[in-house]
Every structure is written in structure tokens, then in C-alpha cells.
Design a protein around this ligand. Structure first.
Ligand code: GAR
Length: 188
């Protein structure tokens, strides 16, 4: 079972979905660390409640992105993680860090990439009047939300959708897609 670190900044529902999958001894990964750049992230509380090691690393405590990234990486090494899953981690990692972890770092992004990289994906999809929206799990490369897709799930956009109702429909798919995509990736 591959030891993984989950990086998050907030709610942690995708972390919870991964953790639930990893409770099955047959699942190919186990979570050895939950790391957040926000000390008060709800996801850290969820991890503590599950008895998973946590770390909080605040960007403001470091002079540069490289120093911050090195602090993150030290925590990952300390925990013995061999793969990183970004799960609502809302900070851009520097190129050297990403290059060191290339092929060993996954992200979940709430759009059908390459559509809607960046923030506010649901509102932007609605503003464009698209019929379909969804979520992508991809490998992380130095360009934002640009790495090769490992898996996608689609949802219909309804005429009465708001960004919140659409986000909720996508989130249901996120929670299924991330554990499945990680397992498939590890299975080669
Ligand atoms: C999820 O919808 C995830 O796809 C998105 O943030 C949310 C985190 O929710 N990620 C991004 O926007 C990455 N740019 P969670 O904390 O409940 O998993």
C-alpha cells in the first residue's frame, strides 16, 4: 500500500472520500499525512478525528515560495509519503517542487479540463451556458491545471442551476472519481 500525503486548504470532503476508500485493506494506498496551508482547515479536524497525522504550514511563516515549498516537502518526507494528492489545496506550488514530484502528484479540479482552469469554475461554466460540466483528476505539472488527465466525470447542467447547486452535483462525482482514479493510477 503506497503511503500518500493529502494536501488541502479547507473543508476536506475529498480527503474524507480518499480516507474512506483507504480504510479497505485492499485499497492500494494509505494516508500517512494530511497537510494544510490553513491552520484552521476543517479537513485537519477530520484527519485528527480519524487518527491520521496532520501538519499545518502557513505561507506567511516563510520568506519565499521555495522556503515554503521546502517546508511542505520536509513534512512529506518525515511522514514517509511517496505520493501527494492535492484535494482542494488552494495554493500554487513552485516549479522545482512540482518537477521533483512529477508523476507522483495528483490533483482534482472541478471542471472538464482543459475547460475552466483556475478558480470559480462552476460560475464560469454557467455563464457560458454549457450543457455539461464535471471534474477531472490529473497529474500535476508546473503549468496550472494543465497536466495529463487520468479520469473525468460529467454531470448535466440544469436550467435552474446556481453555482452552488452545480458545485454540489459535481462534488458527488468528485468523491467517487478521486479514490477510483488514484487506485487505477497505482494499478498502472
Ligand atoms: C473541490 O471541489 C475541489 O475539486 C476543488 O476545491 C474543492 C475542495 O473541496 N479544487 C480546486 O478548486 C483546485 N483548484 P473539499 O475540501 O471538500 O475536498
Amino acid at each position: 500500500r503506497v503511503p500518500i500525503a493529502v494536501f488541502l486548504s479547507g473543508r476536506g470532503s475529498n480527503f474524507a472520500a480518499l480516507a474512506e476508500a483507504a480504510e479497505d485493506p485492499a485499497y492500494p494506498a494509505r494516508i500517512v499525512l494530511v497537510l494544510s496551508d490553513k491552520v484552521d482547515a476543517k479537513g485537519l479536524d477530520l484527519a485528527r478525528a480519524k487518527g491520521i497525522a496532520t501538519a499545518a504550514v502557513a505561507r506567511r511563516d516563510y520568506d519565499s515560495r521555495d522556503a515554503f515549498d521546502s517546508a511542505l516537502e520536509a513534512k512529506v518526507h518525515e511522514a514517509g509519503a511517496q505520493l501527494i494528492c492535492l484535494a482542494g489545496f488552494m495554493r500554487i506550488l513552485g516549479r522545482p517542487f512540482v518537477e521533483r514530484w512529477e508523476g507522483r502528484m495528483l490533483n482534482i479540479h472541478p471542471s472538464l479540463l482543459p475547460a475552466y482552469r483556475g478558480l470559480d469554475t462552476h460560475a464560469r461554466a454557467l455563464a457560458d451556458g454549457v450543457a455539461e460540466h464535471g471534474v477531472t483528476v490529473h497529474l500535476v505539472t508546473p503549468e496550472l491545471d494543465d497536466g495529463p488527465a487520468l479520469a473525468q466525470a460529467r454531470v448535466p447542467v440544469r436550467p435552474d442551476d446556481t453555482p452552488d447547486t452545480l458545485a454540489q452535483r459535481v462534488l458527488v462525482e468528485e468523491h467517487k472519481l478521486y479514490p477510483a482514479a488514484l487506485a487505477a493510477y497505482l494499478a498502472g
